[in-house]
Write a protein that binds this ligand. Sequence first.
Ligand SMILES: Cc1cc2nc3c(=O)[nH]c(=O)nc-3n(C[C@H](O)[C@H](O)[C@H](O)COP(=O)(O)OP(=O)(O)OC[C@H]3O[C@@H](n4cnc5c(N)ncnc54)[C@H](O)[C@@H]3O)c2cc1C
Length: 297
Amino acid sequence: MTELHGAAPRDLAALKSLLAGAMGPVRYISGGTDLLVAPRMLPDKGLLVDISGIDGLSYVQHDSGWLRIGATTSLAALARDETVSKLLQSLARAAEQFGSAQIRNRATIGGNVANASPAGDLLPVLKSANAFFTVLGTDRHERRLAFDELILGSGNTALMHGDLITEIAIPQSNILPRSGFVKLGRRADLTVSRLNLAMQAEYQDGLRKFGIVWLIAGAIGPAPMRLCGVEDSLRGMTLTTVTVRTFLESLVSAVDRAIPGRASLKYKRRAIMGLGLDLLEQITGIAQTDKAFEDAL
Ligand SMILES: Cc1cc2nc3c(=O)[nH]c(=O)nc-3n(C[C@H](O)[C@H](O)[C@H](O)COP(=O)(O)OP(=O)(O)OC[C@H]3O[C@@H](n4cnc5c(N)ncnc54)[C@H](O)[C@@H]3O)c2cc1C
């Protein structure tokens, strides 16, 4: 096949019969917010399948101990979904801050995952919950991959030609009671993150005490990175000025190790402390003072 053909199936059955008859490479377009702004990403031959109109691929469900999200669910739908806000506040926050209203209306969770940008905002959140992905292959068989099996590096996934992500699923057991998401970009709106953090935590208000903490940083490496040393600075600790200072210092050390010698290092060392304070406020509900920030400098 030497030309590019397009198709827009209305349901998964129609997609599967398209795949059965496809001769050349198969690619997908969902919201088009990555594909259409980077023409080099557009294929020049084969079959380009528009999945945005496929029935039954856009949904949020919470059943049988799983939070399930259809791959073509838009960022706008995620941002306004009550189940998402209730269960995984970090995902709702990442969706709310994503691009602009127009971008949120078009961009999809499946596209964000498949693009695997180091700055992708949903990836740290999905890694913090060790999300699973259902993938439909061109052989029409489905398989399920865990986060670290799918996302391999910058723009690099385990998806093979024609593989379609159909669902993102998070087991309830991977969801902690508190979660937060913060990001830093060049501009307040329409921004691609230069740094982002997603946290899930157990935290007792009365005792001001942390239990388990999971923390993931984005945009400081080819793929989202778990910051185990920073988690250790909070796990089992009471929220005191010393704890906050130790937390900020370990965030800075994590950045030092992740991007040694990078021109942006000085800026990111300061920036990550500000993000860390905002994240703690989201988790604990207590505004953090700049005193800890100054102390940690
Ligand atoms: C102005 C602007 C602002 C932006 N702001 C942000 C931001 O704040 N945060 C952020 O993370 N990103 C941002 N982005 C990037 C982009 O919007 C996201 O990555 C978005 O989630 C991509 O989804 P989409 O549906 O538009 O993907 P598309 O452009 O349709 O597809 C992207 C890639 O994924 C593949 N694909 C899509 N869906 C699937 C699927 N279900 N299975 C397999 N492959 C699939 C396509 O083949 C293509 O290679 C921004 C982009 C623009 C233009």
